[in-house]
Structures are given as structure tokens and as C-alpha cells.
Ligand binder design. Structure first.
Ligand SMILES: *[C@@H]1O[C@H](CO)[C@@H](O)[C@H](O)[C@H]1NC(C)=O
Ligand SMILES: *[C@@H]1O[C@H](CO)[C@@H](O)[C@H](O)[C@H]1NC(C)=O
Ligand SMILES: *[C@@H]1O[C@H](CO)[C@@H](O)[C@H](O)[C@H]1NC(C)=O
Ligand SMILES: *[C@@H]1O[C@H](CO)[C@@H](O)[C@H](O)[C@H]1NC(C)=O
Ligand SMILES: *[C@@H]1O[C@H](CO)[C@@H](O)[C@H](O)[C@H]1NC(C)=O
Ligand SMILES: *[C@@H]1O[C@H](CO)[C@@H](O)[C@H](O)[C@H]1NC(C)=O
Ligand SMILES: *[C@@H]1O[C@H](CO)[C@@H](O)[C@H](O)[C@H]1NC(C)=O
Ligand SMILES: *[C@@H]1O[C@H](CO)[C@@H](O)[C@H](O)[C@H]1NC(C)=O
Length: 841
């Protein structure tokens, strides 16, 4: 294989060379600083996740949570998600050169004023803790702060006006905090601010301070759902750097200032759920690369802005529940990137656009409850990803084009129009009985859709039909009786006897709660090893995920015990980044595994462009998995796998790591699912069961081909594939042609010396992320090396990702060793001295 080529070896040598240099550089241990860190650990009562912080002769600079400068002094501490309780002690400032402190996602409860004495502190992250009380009035004493995130805490009191004196701030987040009073206008004094997050705050109703419009460098403003009232300040048009404007879910009224339409960099325009009226800025989209346009649920009138898609970047048009009128903008038809067009419940009119073949990504088209007229263009049936077409309650006429039949299987509603002729044959099944209502002149070739049968104009009903009708009436009457009997019989014959529940923690449900929820309506997915259901438990309404495996007797009797034993081990694992298993319910021929339910389902759904917009009834959610989020997911998944490989005894090998097994909670924290299951499947030793693994083509390490002795390094391979997916946006099996995988493609691409930048996912590519994306791409290549021994351990991988997480999401700061130039330098800085890794090369 090409992977063993000279270049590869050379490449690895470089890596190791770097490694040695680094170890050398770090060889003088700064004993005082190590002592401070060890005291810190003790002060926090030795958190389990910091158990590797021990005094040893090796440098603390290799601990994944610590960043040092080249001369070996600590500049960053990253202890997010470490279950730390307590306070920040004053002696932390004995680390003279500390610039970054990330304490987010812990359980701290007192604002760390001790940090005032850390004279170099620039980046402070305190989000998602349990801080109570006031944010101190003298917060301006931390005058060097460039980024301050205190989101999602339980503060009270007012937001101190002195926050406006932190003039070095580039980023400020108070999201999801609670305060008395309103936003201090002094925030408008933060002239360097680029990112301001004030969303979901519990705060007094107030206007958006017009002083905020002085923030000439602000790129990102999010004040969603924070009790804004009054008008949007007219001067908002002077915030020339603005790219992301989200004022949704407030009570803003009056007009949207026209000046917003002239902002030169505006990408996201998000104003839904307000009380806005008047017309929309006519120039919107004309001068900037607009991607998001969300104005639903307001009182807007007039036309949709005609230039919305002038720059061709528009992805979502969400404008339902308004009073918009006129025609759809002509240029919309040639909008290449359009993913959804939702204008339900307006007064829009005119004919439907037919020059729409460039809508190749369109998934949702909802034009219902308007006054569109004319025919349905046959082009609607040719859109490859369209899966939701709602044209109900318009004035459409003519025949339904036969091409529309291609949408069979998707949501379609053409009710309440004036359509004539036949319904395409694909829709003649029960799923579409409510899709063609109230079109008096439609007919169907079969009677299954509740619509007049074509050619049955003769007034005499044939005898055949009468018999049929009488039979069906009788059947309908008898059906309930039959069901009652059936249920009765099932009860009697021990539904409860055949199912056995083995719980691993205290449960507030029984097997019958779960079993009654296993209906097709509740199914949320199916994979190689079974079907997954989303079950709401009555009466608590708590939601669990239930995986049903093996519908037949695949599991041999003697494996039954082993299965339970294994499941028990897995259930004992408690880790933030691993989905917890609540119980197992088994019967003779079927096993149910009950897990915690994670709102955002699995990673693969989010990487697949089709799922970027989801319509939960009554609301439209749209989330882009941007690079910081993707990196956060990579770090979380690496943490979970690293725990399984290195902290469990015996180590647990997952064997089926893939993006559909990485689940995401509401905050996009990654959790590994299905661990150990694949291994159990393999144990049966039947070739059929290999399909559970073969189902994950693209993720399987090459050694599967020649040995059954797979180990942790096979998981590392699969994880590398996920890194490649995250960076390139391609699917694991997408290697350009049908026989190559993404991993093989990436290696070839790298080897040919093509610019890595061009391989990255255009969806998330931004200048400030390029270095990091390139590096994670290369890490993906290293992880997918052909020889297991050349792959790093999960611990190494985590270490490297954490470093990049720091340099990427937290601003421009760099430690010397993390410098990476995507074009001139193709080496990866692998900073670790893990014995197993170095010794193998
Ligand atoms: C560790 O450092 C101490 C002094 O700091 C030294 O005496 C000892 O030999 C060192 N041990 C190793 C294994 O290098
Ligand atoms: C930290 O910064 C100081 C300057 O404030 C510098 O002299 C020193 O070399 C740095 N390193 C350590 C370990 O203190
Ligand atoms: C900062 O340090 C000085 C003396 O070193 C001390 O008096 C003061 O209380 C400290 N401030 C805080 C907020 O800890
Ligand atoms: C800060 O803003 C307030 C009110 O917005 C203003 O009165 C004050 O002069 C500003 N301070 C500075 C230093 O610019
Ligand atoms: C919305 O605005 C109108 C005036 O434009 C006002 O009469 C109405 O009370 C507002 N609705 C709410 C819920 O504030
Ligand atoms: C919306 O438009 C309709 C018809 O043009 C009109 O009757 C209605 O009053 C309008 N509603 C609002 C809130 O402007
Ligand atoms: C319905 O049946 C007629 C004649 O049986 C046939 O010509 C026509 O193609 C069918 N239409 C559809 C939509 O199936
Ligand atoms: C289609 O729209 C009509 C009228 O708006 C509604 O009654 C019907 O339930 C809808 N059908 C489906 C399948 O949603």
C-alpha cells in the first residue's frame, strides 16, 4: 500500500523529531509552578479527572490541561468539565504568566475575585458553573481581559456598569444569566468588542441601548430571547462589522430599519418571533453575502426583499406567519445554496417559480396558506433532496405533474387548491390520505386515498361496490372487538412474564412503560444492530432512548449470560462523554437497552447537510455545526474514548466508532454510544453478524482484513475518520469513487501535496479557523495510518485536540510551539512523550 511509502516514514520522523525537541525544551521543570498546580489540585479536593497531576520529574507542561510558554512557564489552565467544586485560591496568581483560565462547566459558586491579582490574565471562561450573588462592581480591575464568558450561571443583582471599563475586551458573554435591571449602556464603550452574547437572559424589559451601535468592530451580536422591547435603533446600520445579528424571540416593535440592509458584511439576519411591522429593508442581500433570513412570526407587510439572493449564498428563508404580499423574488429561482423556503401563512401571490433547477439542496418548501396561483411546475418533482412540500391552501390549478410522484415517501400536502385530474400513482397509499383534501376535481386510480375514483362518473354504483362497502362497514364494526380480545389474550398470556428487566441504577419506570412506547411513531432510527425508539415515560414524561436489538434468535443461549455480564460492566461506566445505560430488558428473542436520551441525536445527522434544518412542529430550528462546535465534539468524543482505553480496567475497545455512534446533547456535548456492543456481536462468530461492523464501511481499520485481534488502535483509526469527516464535511465512505474510503482519499490527497486548505469543508471554513482545521485534518491522517503501531493513543489525540481547542476558540494567543502555517509547514506538532507511541517508530 502507498501508505508505507518513504514519504510516510519521513513524515513520521519529522513528527518524532519535533517531539524530541519539545521534550528537550521542556526538560527544565519549573518546580515552583508545579507546586502551585499541585496545591491547586489539592485545594479543589483532588478531582478525579486531574489524578494524573502528580509530582514527578517530568514537566507539568505535558499535562493536557496545561499550556506553557517556550521557556516553560504556565500560561494556560484548561480545566473545563472536571467536576470541580469550590473556589479559586489567591495563590493561583503565583503563576506569574497565566493568561488563560478555563473553568467552564464545573460547580464553582463564588466569583473568583482572587484573579484580580493575576496581572497577565486575558482570557477568562467561567460559563456553566453555579456562581451566585453579584458580579462584583470592581470587575474592571481585571483590566487586561480580552475575553470574558460568564454565561449560564445563577448571578443576581444588576450587571455592573464598570464592565464597560474593560476596554480590552474582544468577547463578552452573559448568555443565560439572570439579572435585575437591564443592559448597561456602558457596554457601548467596549470599542474593541467583536462578539457580544446576551441571549436567553432573565432581565427587565428594556430597549436595546442605542449606545451599542457605537461598537464598530462588533461582528457578532446575539440578544435572542432577552426581553427586548421598543424599536431596533436606527443607527444599527452604522455597525459596519456586523456579520451575525440575532434579536429573535423578543418583543421588538415598529419597523426594521432600512439601514440594516446596507450592512456590508451581514450574513445572518435573525429577527423571528417579535412584534415587528412595516416593510423589510429593500436592500437586504444586495451588499453582503446573506445566508440566513429568518423573520417568521411578526406583522411584516410588503414584499420579500428582491435582492435576498443576489450573492448566491442564501441558505434559509424563514418568513412564515407574517402579512407579506407580492410575488416571490425572481432571483430566488437561481439560488444555488437554498436549503429551505418557508413562507407559510402570508398573502403572497403570483405563480410558482419554475426555473428552479439550481435548488439542488432544497429540503423544505412550504408555501402553504398564501394566494399562489397557476400550475404546479413539474420541476418541483426533480429537486433531489426535497422532502417536505407543502402547497396547501393556495389557488393552484391544473393537473398535478407526474414528476411530482418522485416525491412519494416525503411529506406532501396539496390540499385546498383547485387541482384537477389524476393523483400520481406514488401517492396512492394511506400515508397520503390527508394530502389532497378539498380539491373537488381531483380523482384517483384507486380508492385508497379517500378521493373519488377516476372514470366512476356513472351514477349507478355497481353491485361489486355495494358488497365491498357493506363488508368494510362490518369489518370496521368488528375491529375494536377483535382488538379488545387480542389485548385481553396478551395480558393473560403473560406479557410481563416473558420480559425481564435488569436495572443498573434506580429507575422510575417499569418494563411495561418502555414496551408500550415501542411504536413505529416513536422510532427515531435504525442501524446495523437494531432499531432505536424515543420513549416518553408516563407519567413523568421523562424521555429515554430504547435500542431494540436482534429480533430473532441470533443470540445463542450460552451467550445470554455473557451478554448480561458485559452489559453490566458497561452500565457501571460513568463518564460525561459516554451515554449512560439505564437498564436492559430481555425476552427470549429480543433485547432492549434503555439509555439516556440526547436531544440532538447523532453527529452524522448534523454533518449531513440535509438535516441542517429540522421542522419540529410549530418551530423551525436551524443550527450550523460551526468549527468551534465541531472541535468541541471532537474533544468530547476523544475524552470518552480515552477514558475507555486508558482509565477502565480492563480497557474497553469500542470497535464500532462512527459518527452515528457519537450522540449530542442539547449543548452539543459529545457522548459515545453503543460501546462494546459490536464486540459482543462479533463473538457469535457468524459471518452474518459481521454485517454489524460492515455496516460501518469507511471506519474499519485495515487490520480487520488480516487479524481478528483488534485493539484500541482500531478505535483510533475510526476516530481519525471522524476527524476527517469533521474537517472535510465528507462522509466516511466518500473517497471520490466507490471503492475508496475517506481515509484513503485523504492520505492520497495529502501525499500528492495538494493544499490542505482546499480539502476543508466550505461550510465552516473561515480564515481564523484554517490553521486549526488543517491541523485536525492532519491528525486525522495520522490516526488513520495503516500500521496500528504508528497511530497515536487516544490520550495523545486528546492532548493535541485540547491544545487546538485552546488556540482556536480562544482567540489569537499562541504558544510558540503551537505556531502552524498551513502552507509552508506540513509537519504536525505532536506534543507528547507517551512511551508506547515513541517506541514504536
Ligand atoms: C528527580 O529529581 C530529583 C531532584 O529534583 C533527583 O534527585 C532525582 O534523581 C530525579 N529522578 C530522576 C528519575 O530523574
Ligand atoms: C514570566 O514572565 C516574566 C516577566 O513577567 C519573565 O521574566 C519570565 O521569564 C516568565 N517566565 C517565568 C517562568 O516566570
Ligand atoms: C492581591 O494581592 C495583595 C498583596 O499581594 C493582597 O493584599 C490583596 O488582598 C490581593 N487581592 C485579592 C483580590 O486577592
Ligand atoms: C461610557 O458610557 C457612558 C454611557 O454610555 C458615558 O456616559 C461615559 O462617558 C462613557 N465612558 C467612557 C470612558 O467613554
Ligand atoms: C405589538 O405592537 C403593537 C403596535 O405596533 C401594539 O399595539 C401591541 O400591543 C404590541 N403587542 C405586544 C404583544 O406587545
Ligand atoms: C394583514 O393583511 C390583511 C389583508 O391584507 C389585513 O386584513 C390585515 O389587517 C393585516 N394584518 C395586519 C396585522 O397588518
Ligand atoms: C390511471 O389509470 C389509467 C387507465 O387505467 C392510466 O392510463 C393512467 O396512467 C393511470 N394514472 C396513474 C396516475 O396511475
Ligand atoms: C394538509 O393541509 C390541510 C389544510 O391545510 C390540512 O387539513 C391537512 O391536515 C394537511 N395534511 C397533512 C398531511 O398535514
Amino acid at each position: 500500500m502507498t501508505k508505507t511509502s518513504l514519504k510516510y516514514i519521513q513524515f513520521c520522523c519529522y513528527t518524532i523529531l519535533f517531539l524530541l525537541l519539545l521534550i528537550h525544551a521542556n526538560s527544565q521543570v519549573n518546580v515552583e509552578e508545579q507546586a502551585v498546580l499541585l496545591n491547586l489540585k489539592q485545594h479543589w479536593q483532588n478531582p478525579q479527572y486531574l489524578s494524573h497531576w502528580t509530582s514527578s520529574n517530568s514537566s507539568h507542561c505535558i499535562w493536557p490541561e496545561i499550556i506553557c510558554s517556550t521557556d516553560g512557564s504556565v500560561t494556560g489552565i484548561f480545566v473545563s468539565l472536571m467536576e470541580i467544586t469550590g473556589t479559586v485560591p489567591p495563590f493561583i496568581c503565583d503563576l506569574n504568566n497565566l493568561t488563560t483560565l478555563d473553568l467552564s462547566h464545573n460547580h464553582m459558586n463564588e466569583f473568583p475575585r482572587a484573579l484580580y491579582n493575576c496581572s497577565k490574565l486575558q482570557y477568562l471562561y467561567l460559563s456553566q458553573n453555579s456562581f451566585v450573588g453579584k458580579v462584583p462592581d470592581d470587575i474592571h480591575l481585571m483590566s487586561r481581559l480580552r475575553e470574558l464568558n460568564i454565561a449560564d450561571n445563577r448571578f443576581s443583582g444588576t450587571i455592573p456598569a464598570s464592565i464597560g471599563r474593560l476596554t480590552e475586551l474582544r468577547m463578552l458573554s452573559l448568555t443565560a444569566c439572570q439579572f435585575d435591571g437591564s443592559f448597561p449602556s456602558e457596554i457601548g464603550n467596549l470599542s474593541n468588542l467583536e462578539r457580544l452574547e446576551l441571549a436567553y437572559m432573565k432581565i427587565m424589559p428594556a430597549r436595546l441601548p442605542s449606545e451599542f451601535t457605537k461598537l464598530k468592530k462588533l461582528k457578532y451580536l446575539n440578544v435572542a430571547s432577552s426581553n427586548l422591547v421598543g424599536e431596533i435603533p436606527d443607527m444599527i446600520g452604522e455597525m459596519v462589522a456586523l456579520e451575525h445579528l440575532d434579536l429573535s424571540m423578543n418583543n421588538l416593535n415598529r419597523n426594521v430599519p432600512d439601514s440594516i440592509g446596507r450592512l456590508p458584511r451581514l450574513v445572518n439576519f435573525i429577527l423571528f418571533d417579535n412584534n415587528l411591522s412595516g416593510t423589510l429593508p429593500p436592500d437586504l442581500g444586495r451588499y453582503s453575502m446573506l445566508e440566513e433570513f429568518q423573520v417568521s412570526s411578526n406583522w411584516l407587510t410588503g414584499q420579500l426583499p428582491q435582492h435576498l439572493c443576489d450573492n448566491g449564498m442564501l441558505v434559509n428563508v424563514v418568513a412564515f406567519d407574517n402579512n407579506l404580499s407580492g410575488q416571490l423574488p425572481k432571483a430566488l429561482g437561481s439560488c444555488n445554496n437554498l436549503g429551505s423556503l418557508i413562507v407559510r401563512n402570508n398573502q403572497l401571490s403570483g405563480s410558482l417559480p419554475s426555473n428552479i433547477l439550481s435548488w439542488k439542496w432544497l429540503t423544505i418548501l412550504d408555501l402553504s396558506r398564501n394566494s399562489f396561483s397557476g400550475q404546479i411546475p413539474e420541476e418541483f418533482g426533480l429537486l433531489p433532496y426535497l422532502n417536505h412540500l407543502n402547497l396547501a391552501e393556495n389557488r393552484l390549478s391544473g393537473q398535478i405533474p407526474l414528476q411530482l410522484g418522485r416525491l412519494a415517501g416525503s411529506f406532501v400536502n396539496l390540499s385546498s387548491n383547485h387541482l384537477t385530474g389524476r393523483i400520481p400513482s406514488g401517492f396512492l397509499d394511506g400515508a397520503y390520505v390527508r394530502s389532497f383534501l378539498n380539491n373537488p376535481d381531483l380523482c384517483a386510480n384507486s380508492s385508497s386515498v379517500n378521493i373519488d375514483k377516476c372514470n366512476s362518473k356513472s351514477s349507478k354504483i355497481p353491485v361489486r361496490f355495494l358488497v365491498l362497502i357493506i363488508c368494510s362497514v362490518i369489518a370496521t364494526l368488528l375491529l375494536p372487538v377483535f382488538f379488545v380480545i387480542r389485548v385481553f389474550v396478551r395480558r393473560k398470556h403473560g406479557l410481563d412474564l416473558t420480559w425481564e428487566l435488569t436495572s443498573f441504577q434506580r429507575l422510575n419506570f417499569t418494563e411495561s412503560h418502555i414496551l408500550s412506547g415501542l411504536t413505529d411513531n416513536n422510532a427515531i432510527g435504525s442501524g446495523g444492530s437494531g432499531k432505536v425508539y424515543r420513549v416518553a415515560i408516563n407519567p413523568s414524561r421523562e424521555i429515554v432512548a430504547v435500542k431494540k436489538i436482534w429480533n430473532n434468535k441470533r443470540l445463542e443461549q450460552n451467550l445470554e449470560k455473557e451478554f448480561l455480564a458485559e452489559v453490566k460492566i458497561l452500565s457501571s461506566i460513568r463518564h460525561f462523554n459516554i451515554v449512560s445505560l439505564l437498564c436492559c430488558i430481555s425476552s427470549d428473542n429480543s433485547k432492549l437497552l434503555v439509555y439516556e436520551y440526547l436531544e440532538n441525536l447523532s453527529l452524522d445527522l448534523w454533518l449531513n447537510r440535509k438535516s441542517r434544518v429540522s421542522t419540529v412542529p410549530g418551530s423551525v430550528q436551524h443550527v450550523i455545526l460551526n468549527w468551534p462546535k465541531r472541535l468541541q465534539i471532537a474533544v468530547g468524543a476523544a475524552r470518552g474514548l480515552s477514558y475507555m482505553h486508558h482509565d477502565c480496567s480492563p480497557p474497553i475497545v469500542h470497535r464500532d466508532v462512527k459518527s452515528s455512534n457519537i450522540l449530542l446533547d442539547s449543548e452539543f456535548n459529545a457522548k459515545i454510544a453503543d460501546l462494546g456492543l459490536a464486540k459482543m456481536l462479533i463473538k457469535e462468530g457468524q459471518s452474518a453478524t459481521m454485517s454489524a461492523v460492515a455496516g460501518s464501511f469507511g471506519y474499519i481499520a485495515p487490520e480487520y482484513a488480516y487479524t481478528t485481534r483488534v485493539n484500541e488502535k482500531s478505535d483510533v483509526y475510526s476516530f481519525g475518520v471522524i476527524l476527517l469527516e469533521l474537517t472535510t464535511g465528507r462522509k466516511a465512505c466518500d473517497g471520490g469513487d466507490e471503492h475508496t474510503s475517506l481515509a484513503e482519499w485523504a492520505w492520497r490527497y495529502f501525499q500528492e501535496g495538494s493544499p490542505i486548505v482546499d480539502a476543508l469543508d466550505e461550510e465552516v471554513k473561515e480564515l481564523c479557523y484554517l490553521n486549526g482545521m488543517c491541523c485536525v485534518f492532519q491528525l486525522g491522517i495520522i490516526c488513520t495510518g495503516t500500521l496500528p503501531s504508528t497511530r497515536p493513543t487516544m490520550k495523545d489525540v486528546l492532548k493535541i485536540l485540547l491544545r487546538w481547542n485552546q488556540t482556536l476558540t480562544y482567540g489569537e494567543q499562541n504558544t510558540a510551539s503551537d505556531q502552524y502555517d498551513a502552507n509552508s509547514n506540513r509537519e504536525i506538532v505532536l506534543e507528547n512523550n507517551d512511551a508506547t507511541f515513541t517506541s514504536t517508530v
